[in-house]
Design a binder for this molecule. Structure first.
Ligand SMILES: [Zn+2]
Length: 356
Protein backbone atom coordinates (compact mmCIF):
# COMPACT_ATOMS: atom_id res chain seq x y z
CA UNK A 1 0.00 0.00 0.00
CA UNK A 2 1.26 3.48 -0.80
CA UNK A 3 1.48 6.04 1.97
CA UNK A 4 1.50 8.80 -0.62
CA UNK A 5 -1.83 10.50 -1.33
CA UNK A 6 -2.72 12.33 -4.54
CA UNK A 7 -4.23 15.38 -2.85
CA UNK A 8 -4.45 17.27 0.43
CA UNK A 9 -7.94 16.10 1.42
CA UNK A 10 -7.15 12.41 0.92
CA UNK A 11 -3.86 12.83 2.82
CA UNK A 12 -5.57 14.64 5.68
CA UNK A 13 -8.37 12.10 6.05
CA UNK A 14 -6.02 9.07 5.97
CA UNK A 15 -3.64 10.73 8.44
CA UNK A 16 -6.40 11.65 10.88
CA UNK A 17 -7.94 8.16 10.74
CA UNK A 18 -4.57 6.51 11.37
CA UNK A 19 -3.72 8.88 14.23
CA UNK A 20 -7.13 8.31 15.77
CA UNK A 21 -6.77 4.49 15.57
CA UNK A 22 -3.44 4.86 17.34
CA UNK A 23 -5.11 6.74 20.19
CA UNK A 24 -3.52 10.15 19.51
CA UNK A 25 -5.06 13.32 20.88
CA UNK A 26 -6.25 15.08 17.72
CA UNK A 27 -6.84 18.74 17.01
CA UNK A 28 -7.55 20.88 13.92
CA UNK A 29 -6.78 24.54 13.38
CA UNK A 30 -8.64 26.03 10.44
CA UNK A 31 -7.02 28.47 8.02
CA UNK A 32 -9.24 31.21 6.61
CA UNK A 33 -8.64 30.75 2.89
CA UNK A 34 -10.37 29.59 -0.29
CA UNK A 35 -10.68 25.82 -0.53
CA UNK A 36 -10.83 23.96 -3.87
CA UNK A 37 -13.72 21.83 -2.58
CA UNK A 38 -16.45 22.35 -0.02
CA UNK A 39 -14.28 21.35 2.93
CA UNK A 40 -12.14 23.40 5.31
CA UNK A 41 -8.37 23.78 5.11
CA UNK A 42 -6.79 22.85 8.43
CA UNK A 43 -3.50 22.31 10.14
CA UNK A 44 -3.95 19.03 12.03
CA UNK A 45 -2.15 18.02 15.19
CA UNK A 46 -1.84 14.54 16.65
CA UNK A 47 -0.18 14.04 20.02
CA UNK A 48 0.84 10.67 21.32
CA UNK A 49 2.32 9.73 24.67
CA UNK A 50 2.33 11.08 28.19
CA UNK A 51 0.99 14.67 28.38
CA UNK A 52 3.23 15.21 31.42
CA UNK A 53 6.38 14.01 29.64
CA UNK A 54 9.53 16.12 29.99
CA UNK A 55 10.70 15.36 26.46
CA UNK A 56 8.96 15.87 23.13
CA UNK A 57 9.60 15.13 19.48
CA UNK A 58 7.89 17.42 16.99
CA UNK A 59 7.51 16.15 13.42
CA UNK A 60 6.04 18.75 11.09
CA UNK A 61 5.18 18.65 7.40
CA UNK A 62 3.95 20.85 4.58
CA UNK A 63 5.41 24.23 5.56
CA UNK A 64 5.85 24.56 1.80
CA UNK A 65 2.36 23.48 0.78
CA UNK A 66 2.73 20.88 -1.94
CA UNK A 67 5.73 19.30 -0.16
CA UNK A 68 3.18 18.24 2.45
CA UNK A 69 2.16 15.33 0.24
CA UNK A 70 5.66 13.96 0.85
CA UNK A 71 5.82 14.81 4.58
CA UNK A 72 2.34 13.44 5.15
CA UNK A 73 3.40 10.09 3.66
CA UNK A 74 6.38 9.88 6.05
CA UNK A 75 4.19 10.74 9.04
CA UNK A 76 1.54 8.21 8.00
CA UNK A 77 4.13 5.47 7.55
CA UNK A 78 5.59 6.28 10.97
CA UNK A 79 2.15 6.02 12.57
CA UNK A 80 1.16 2.80 10.84
CA UNK A 81 4.46 1.00 11.22
CA UNK A 82 6.69 1.94 14.16
CA UNK A 83 4.27 3.80 16.43
CA UNK A 84 1.55 1.17 16.01
CA UNK A 85 3.91 -1.56 17.21
CA UNK A 86 6.00 0.12 19.87
CA UNK A 87 5.35 1.78 23.18
CA UNK A 88 6.91 5.17 23.70
CA UNK A 89 9.01 5.86 26.76
CA UNK A 90 6.80 7.22 29.53
CA UNK A 91 8.76 10.47 29.54
CA UNK A 92 8.28 11.20 25.83
CA UNK A 93 5.49 12.77 23.79
CA UNK A 94 5.34 12.79 20.00
CA UNK A 95 3.70 15.88 18.49
CA UNK A 96 2.92 15.48 14.80
CA UNK A 97 1.84 18.55 12.83
CA UNK A 98 0.20 17.82 9.48
CA UNK A 99 0.55 20.43 6.69
CA UNK A 100 1.55 23.75 8.19
CA UNK A 101 0.43 25.29 4.88
CA UNK A 102 -2.81 23.51 3.97
CA UNK A 103 -3.75 26.10 1.32
CA UNK A 104 -0.56 25.43 -0.64
CA UNK A 105 -0.97 21.69 -0.27
CA UNK A 106 -4.59 21.75 -1.45
CA UNK A 107 -3.86 24.00 -4.44
CA UNK A 108 -0.49 22.45 -5.39
CA UNK A 109 1.49 25.57 -4.48
CA UNK A 110 4.65 26.10 -2.44
CA UNK A 111 3.27 29.40 -1.15
CA UNK A 112 0.36 30.03 1.21
CA UNK A 113 -2.98 31.86 0.87
CA UNK A 114 -1.14 35.21 0.82
CA UNK A 115 1.54 34.02 -1.63
CA UNK A 116 3.94 33.75 1.31
CA UNK A 117 6.88 31.40 1.45
CA UNK A 118 6.28 30.42 5.08
CA UNK A 119 9.91 29.63 5.79
CA UNK A 120 10.65 33.35 5.23
CA UNK A 121 7.77 34.64 7.35
CA UNK A 122 8.98 33.75 10.85
CA UNK A 123 10.85 36.95 11.67
CA UNK A 124 12.19 37.46 15.17
CA UNK A 125 13.25 40.38 17.36
CA UNK A 126 13.43 43.69 15.51
CA UNK A 127 13.38 42.16 12.00
CA UNK A 128 10.83 43.83 9.71
CA UNK A 129 8.76 42.68 6.74
CA UNK A 130 10.70 44.88 4.34
CA UNK A 131 13.52 44.73 1.84
CA UNK A 132 14.88 42.28 -0.69
CA UNK A 133 18.28 41.08 -1.91
CA UNK A 134 19.96 43.76 -4.08
CA UNK A 135 19.69 41.79 -7.33
CA UNK A 136 16.00 40.83 -6.95
CA UNK A 137 14.49 43.94 -8.62
CA UNK A 138 16.57 43.33 -11.78
CA UNK A 139 15.53 39.68 -11.81
CA UNK A 140 11.84 40.38 -11.15
CA UNK A 141 10.77 40.52 -14.80
CA UNK A 142 12.47 37.19 -15.48
CA UNK A 143 11.25 35.47 -12.31
CA UNK A 144 7.72 36.81 -12.31
CA UNK A 145 6.45 37.51 -15.84
CA UNK A 146 2.96 38.99 -15.95
CA UNK A 147 1.56 36.45 -18.41
CA UNK A 148 0.43 32.80 -18.35
CA UNK A 149 3.17 30.15 -18.73
CA UNK A 150 4.24 29.34 -22.26
CA UNK A 151 5.88 26.17 -23.52
CA UNK A 152 7.65 28.06 -26.27
CA UNK A 153 9.70 30.22 -23.96
CA UNK A 154 13.46 29.48 -23.87
CA UNK A 155 13.71 29.20 -20.07
CA UNK A 156 17.04 27.41 -20.11
CA UNK A 157 18.70 29.93 -22.45
CA UNK A 158 17.39 32.82 -20.36
CA UNK A 159 18.57 31.18 -17.13
CA UNK A 160 22.02 30.48 -18.51
CA UNK A 161 22.19 34.09 -19.70
CA UNK A 162 21.44 35.30 -16.19
CA UNK A 163 23.92 32.90 -14.63
CA UNK A 164 26.53 34.27 -17.05
CA UNK A 165 25.59 37.85 -16.26
CA UNK A 166 25.25 37.68 -12.46
CA UNK A 167 27.21 34.57 -11.54
CA UNK A 168 25.76 31.45 -9.92
CA UNK A 169 26.58 32.55 -6.38
CA UNK A 170 24.68 35.86 -6.76
CA UNK A 171 21.67 33.94 -8.02
CA UNK A 172 21.87 31.39 -5.23
CA UNK A 173 22.13 34.19 -2.70
CA UNK A 174 19.36 36.22 -4.29
CA UNK A 175 16.65 33.79 -5.28
CA UNK A 176 15.80 31.71 -2.24
CA UNK A 177 16.85 34.12 0.50
CA UNK A 178 13.46 35.74 0.81
CA UNK A 179 12.10 39.12 -0.26
CA UNK A 180 9.43 41.34 1.26
CA UNK A 181 8.75 43.78 -1.60
CA UNK A 182 7.17 41.77 -4.44
CA UNK A 183 3.89 40.28 -3.15
CA UNK A 184 3.23 38.34 -6.35
CA UNK A 185 6.82 37.23 -6.73
CA UNK A 186 8.69 34.05 -5.85
CA UNK A 187 10.08 33.67 -2.29
CA UNK A 188 7.88 36.46 -0.86
CA UNK A 189 8.14 36.48 2.92
CA UNK A 190 4.92 38.43 3.53
CA UNK A 191 4.06 41.84 4.88
CA UNK A 192 2.85 40.58 8.25
CA UNK A 193 2.67 37.46 10.42
CA UNK A 194 1.00 34.62 8.52
CA UNK A 195 -2.00 32.71 9.84
CA UNK A 196 0.28 29.70 10.37
CA UNK A 197 2.60 31.75 12.55
CA UNK A 198 -0.32 33.05 14.60
CA UNK A 199 -1.62 29.53 15.16
CA UNK A 200 1.81 28.32 16.31
CA UNK A 201 2.19 31.33 18.60
CA UNK A 202 -1.15 30.57 20.22
CA UNK A 203 -0.87 26.78 20.55
CA UNK A 204 2.61 25.32 20.17
CA UNK A 205 3.43 25.69 23.87
CA UNK A 206 0.25 23.82 24.82
CA UNK A 207 0.98 21.00 22.34
CA UNK A 208 4.41 20.56 23.91
CA UNK A 209 2.85 20.04 27.34
CA UNK A 210 5.45 20.07 30.08
CA UNK A 211 8.36 19.18 27.81
CA UNK A 212 11.63 20.85 28.73
CA UNK A 213 13.58 19.23 25.94
CA UNK A 214 12.29 19.29 22.36
CA UNK A 215 13.70 17.90 19.14
CA UNK A 216 11.85 19.22 16.09
CA UNK A 217 12.15 17.59 12.67
CA UNK A 218 10.61 19.64 9.84
CA UNK A 219 10.11 17.63 6.63
CA UNK A 220 10.76 19.20 3.20
CA UNK A 221 11.46 18.08 -0.36
CA UNK A 222 12.83 19.59 -3.56
CA UNK A 223 16.39 20.56 -2.68
CA UNK A 224 19.42 18.30 -3.09
CA UNK A 225 20.34 15.14 -4.96
CA UNK A 226 17.64 12.72 -6.11
CA UNK A 227 16.61 10.39 -3.30
CA UNK A 228 19.18 11.83 -0.87
CA UNK A 229 18.56 13.89 2.19
CA UNK A 230 20.35 16.56 4.18
CA UNK A 231 19.66 17.94 7.62
CA UNK A 232 19.97 21.71 7.92
CA UNK A 233 20.93 22.93 11.35
CA UNK A 234 21.63 26.41 12.69
CA UNK A 235 24.42 25.12 14.93
CA UNK A 236 28.15 25.06 14.45
CA UNK A 237 29.82 21.66 14.25
CA UNK A 238 31.75 22.02 17.51
CA UNK A 239 28.77 23.13 19.61
CA UNK A 240 27.63 20.71 22.35
CA UNK A 241 24.10 20.48 20.85
CA UNK A 242 25.53 19.46 17.50
CA UNK A 243 27.78 16.87 19.13
CA UNK A 244 24.67 15.51 20.79
CA UNK A 245 22.85 15.26 17.43
CA UNK A 246 25.81 13.36 15.97
CA UNK A 247 25.08 10.53 18.41
CA UNK A 248 22.03 9.43 16.42
CA UNK A 249 22.14 11.23 13.09
CA UNK A 250 24.59 10.68 10.28
CA UNK A 251 27.30 13.32 10.73
CA UNK A 252 27.78 13.53 6.95
CA UNK A 253 24.15 14.50 6.45
CA UNK A 254 24.06 17.38 8.92
CA UNK A 255 24.83 20.75 7.36
CA UNK A 256 25.99 23.14 10.07
CA UNK A 257 26.49 26.89 9.79
CA UNK A 258 30.19 26.35 9.29
CA UNK A 259 29.89 23.46 6.80
CA UNK A 260 31.96 23.81 3.66
CA UNK A 261 28.91 23.43 1.45
CA UNK A 262 26.62 25.33 3.73
CA UNK A 263 23.91 27.05 1.69
CA UNK A 264 22.02 30.29 2.04
CA UNK A 265 20.62 31.28 5.42
CA UNK A 266 17.14 32.59 4.77
CA UNK A 267 15.63 35.15 7.12
CA UNK A 268 12.32 34.25 8.70
CA UNK A 269 12.95 30.53 9.10
CA UNK A 270 10.74 28.44 11.36
CA UNK A 271 13.60 26.87 13.33
CA UNK A 272 15.08 30.13 14.62
CA UNK A 273 11.64 31.38 15.47
CA UNK A 274 10.72 28.32 17.57
CA UNK A 275 13.99 28.59 19.48
CA UNK A 276 13.38 32.28 20.02
CA UNK A 277 9.82 31.63 21.24
CA UNK A 278 10.97 29.17 23.90
CA UNK A 279 14.22 30.46 25.43
CA UNK A 280 13.37 28.44 28.54
CA UNK A 281 13.44 25.11 26.67
CA UNK A 282 16.22 23.12 25.09
CA UNK A 283 14.83 23.28 21.56
CA UNK A 284 16.79 21.52 18.82
CA UNK A 285 15.61 21.94 15.24
CA UNK A 286 16.53 20.07 12.07
CA UNK A 287 15.11 20.87 8.65
CA UNK A 288 15.20 17.65 6.64
CA UNK A 289 15.43 18.22 2.87
CA UNK A 290 14.89 15.33 0.46
CA UNK A 291 16.31 15.88 -3.02
CA UNK A 292 14.36 15.47 -6.23
CA UNK A 293 15.35 17.20 -9.47
CA UNK A 294 17.95 19.83 -10.45
CA UNK A 295 17.67 23.33 -9.01
CA UNK A 296 16.93 24.78 -12.46
CA UNK A 297 14.05 22.35 -13.09
CA UNK A 298 12.59 23.16 -9.67
CA UNK A 299 12.96 26.91 -10.27
CA UNK A 300 11.35 26.56 -13.69
CA UNK A 301 8.40 24.72 -12.17
CA UNK A 302 7.97 27.29 -9.38
CA UNK A 303 8.05 30.14 -11.87
CA UNK A 304 5.54 28.51 -14.24
CA UNK A 305 3.13 27.66 -11.42
CA UNK A 306 3.30 31.18 -10.02
CA UNK A 307 2.53 32.61 -13.47
CA UNK A 308 -0.37 30.19 -13.89
CA UNK A 309 -1.70 31.14 -10.45
CA UNK A 310 -1.72 34.88 -11.12
CA UNK A 311 -2.25 35.11 -14.87
CA UNK A 312 -3.63 31.77 -16.09
CA UNK A 313 -7.07 30.15 -15.95
CA UNK A 314 -7.71 26.76 -14.29
CA UNK A 315 -9.30 25.42 -17.48
CA UNK A 316 -6.16 26.19 -19.54
CA UNK A 317 -3.91 23.32 -20.45
CA UNK A 318 -0.84 25.37 -19.47
CA UNK A 319 -2.32 25.93 -15.98
CA UNK A 320 -2.87 22.21 -15.44
CA UNK A 321 0.56 21.35 -16.78
CA UNK A 322 2.17 23.89 -14.44
CA UNK A 323 0.41 22.34 -11.42
CA UNK A 324 1.33 18.82 -12.52
CA UNK A 325 5.00 19.72 -12.99
CA UNK A 326 5.11 21.47 -9.60
CA UNK A 327 3.80 18.32 -7.93
CA UNK A 328 6.34 16.22 -9.84
CA UNK A 329 9.36 18.32 -8.82
CA UNK A 330 8.43 18.20 -5.12
CA UNK A 331 6.80 14.75 -4.92
CA UNK A 332 8.02 12.67 -7.87
CA UNK A 333 5.79 9.88 -9.12
CA UNK A 334 8.74 7.48 -9.30
CA UNK A 335 8.05 4.46 -7.09
CA UNK A 336 11.76 4.08 -6.55
CA UNK A 337 12.12 7.64 -5.21
CA UNK A 338 9.07 7.22 -3.02
CA UNK A 339 10.33 3.96 -1.56
CA UNK A 340 13.76 5.38 -0.75
CA UNK A 341 12.61 8.65 0.84
CA UNK A 342 9.89 6.96 2.84
CA UNK A 343 12.39 4.59 4.41
CA UNK A 344 14.87 7.38 5.08
CA UNK A 345 12.18 9.67 6.44
CA UNK A 346 10.85 7.08 8.89
CA UNK A 347 14.41 6.19 9.94
CA UNK A 348 15.08 9.87 10.71
CA UNK A 349 11.99 10.05 12.91
CA UNK A 350 13.09 6.89 14.72
CA UNK A 351 16.58 8.33 15.25
CA UNK A 352 14.96 11.39 16.83
CA UNK A 353 12.80 9.21 19.08
CA UNK A 354 15.79 7.13 20.17
CA UNK A 355 17.98 10.16 20.82
CA UNK A 356 15.62 12.12 23.04
ZN1 LIG B 1 10.43 23.17 1.65
Amino acid sequence: MSYFSPDYFTARSRWRSAASRLGCRLESQEIDAASPINAPLTIDIAILGNPLAHKAIVISSGLHGVEGLFGSAVQLALIETYLADNRLSSDLAVVMIHTLNPFGCAWYRRWNEDNIDLNRNFLVGDEVYQGCPPAYPQLDSFLNPQSPPSRLEPFLAKSLGLIGKYGMSTLKNTLPVGQYEFPQGLFFGGKARSQTQQILTAHLRRWLGLAQQVLHLDLHSGLGKWGNYQLFSNLTADSPRCQWLYQQFDREKILTLDSENSVYQPSGSLGNWCQNLFPDLTYDFLLAEFGTYSMLRVLKALRAENRAHWWGKPEDKSYQQAKQELLEVFVPQSQKWRGIVLQQGVDLCLSAIKLV
